[in-house]
Design a binder for this molecule. Structure first.
Ligand SMILES: Nc1ncnc2c1ncn2[C@@H]1O[C@H](COP(=O)(O)OP(=O)(O)OP(=O)(O)O)[C@@H](O)[C@H]1O
Ligand SMILES: O=P(O)(O)OC[C@H]1O[C@H](OP(=O)(O)OP(=O)(O)O)[C@H](O)[C@@H]1O
Ligand SMILES: [Mg+2]
Length: 286
């Protein structure tokens, strides 16, 4: 039997596009036709299962899938035994408590004895316990933001990103209780050969992520300022310095974190750098 691992990804929703883009950026090819729930890569030993996100932690814990890409919120809520291998940096959101906009709020004691609607009873329950608050948790599976306006609950605990869903439903965010982003999870006891394939995937993900946060910078500078410029953009080991056709000038090439570039831009220009080009990096292996 061919040795391949299985990864569970969300079929359609907030995680799907970014999960599949990341896999593609890792150079892994597969066919993802509409309605197809299983697909095998043509150039990497991996099979994809397209599932509801809520089911992913359970499938990975049971070993139906070896790996999964899912929100940390679902991993913690489902409380399954899985290993979180890597935070993936997309689908960033928070779980927050919210109440009707017009209500006075002086702290988390507001929720004592109140009814709170949520799809995250475990995370909310743990939070309330940590705050010594006794409240009734009313579990609903979606459209949580509607609960206060229909008299179902006095507060809600749900996912917030821009805050526009809360605003549109006349609610205000009062406590952030959990921060989430997409994570790569793995079954706890993978055999060594599966671990090896998972590590290969992780290696590629790291290279893609590192590339995304870094930029290749090229600039021209008078030779007398090369030392100063090198100290501002030191690069991976050290910058590449090539002579320009024009005497007394060099081209300096370096790799750096984009934030670091913007922090140093004024100093670079003051040191005489000009013709500065900033180029994206597809993959970066240290
Ligand atoms: N507005 C948002 N901004 C950023 N991330 C979000 C947002 N809403 C949800 N997420 C993240 O994406 C995950 C999936 O959200 P989605 O709304 O697609 O779930 P769902 O409706 O339960 O999907 P499914 O049909 O697969 O069960 C959430 O668990 C959360 O981690
Ligand atoms: O703060 P915001 O940017 O408004 O995002 C928050 C909303 O996003 C998610 O729902 P989604 O839009 O994915 O729809 P769903 O409820 O059908 O999952 C989540 O359940 C919130 O309702
Ligand atoms: Mg879901």
């Amino acid at each position: 039997m061919e040795k391949i691992i299985r990864i569970a990804v969300q079929k359609s929703g907030r995680l799907s596009d970014d999960s599949l883009s990341l896999i593609k950026e890792c150079g892994i090819k597969f066919y993802n036709g509409t309605g197809k729930l299983k697909s095998t890569s043509t150039n990497f030993p991996i099979e994809f299962l397209f599932l509801r996100d809520d089911d992913i932690p359970g499938y990975v814990a049971d070993g139906v899938a070896d790996l999964g890409i899912v929100g940390l919120n679902e991993v913690v809520e489902k409380d399954k035994n899985v290993t979180t291998m890597k935070a993936l940096g997309f689908s960033k959101c928070r779980l927050s408590l919210a109440i009707a906009k017009g209500q006075e709020y002086n702290g988390v004691e507001f929720f004592e004895g109140k009814n709170i609607a949520t799809s995250y009873p475990k995370i909310l329950g743990d939070y309330l316990k940590s705050q010594n608050i006794n409240a009734d948790i009313h579990e609903i599976s979606g459209s949580v933001e509607i609960a206060p306006s229909i008299g179902l609950a006095e507060g809600i605990c749900d996912i917030v990103s821009s805050g526009s869903t809360l605003m549109m439903n006349g609610l205000k965010e009062v406590e952030e209780i959990f921060k989430s982003e997409a994570v790569l999870i793995a079954h706890n006891n993978l055999p060594d050969w599966k671990k090896e394939i998972a590590e290969k995937l992780l290696f590629r993900i790291n290279a893609v992520q590192k590339g995304k946060s870094s930029k290749y910078v090229l600039l021209n500078a008078p030779n007398h300022s090369i030392e100063k410029i090198t100290s501002l953009i030191p690069g991976m080991r050290s910058p590449t310095i090539l002579p320009l056709a024009q005497e007394g000038w060099s081209s300096v090439h370096s790799v750096l974190n984009e934030d670091q570039f913007w922090e140093n831009i004024e100093e670079l220009r003051a040191a005489g750098a000009e013709g500065i080009l900033v180029v994206p990096i597809e993959k970066m292996i240290l």
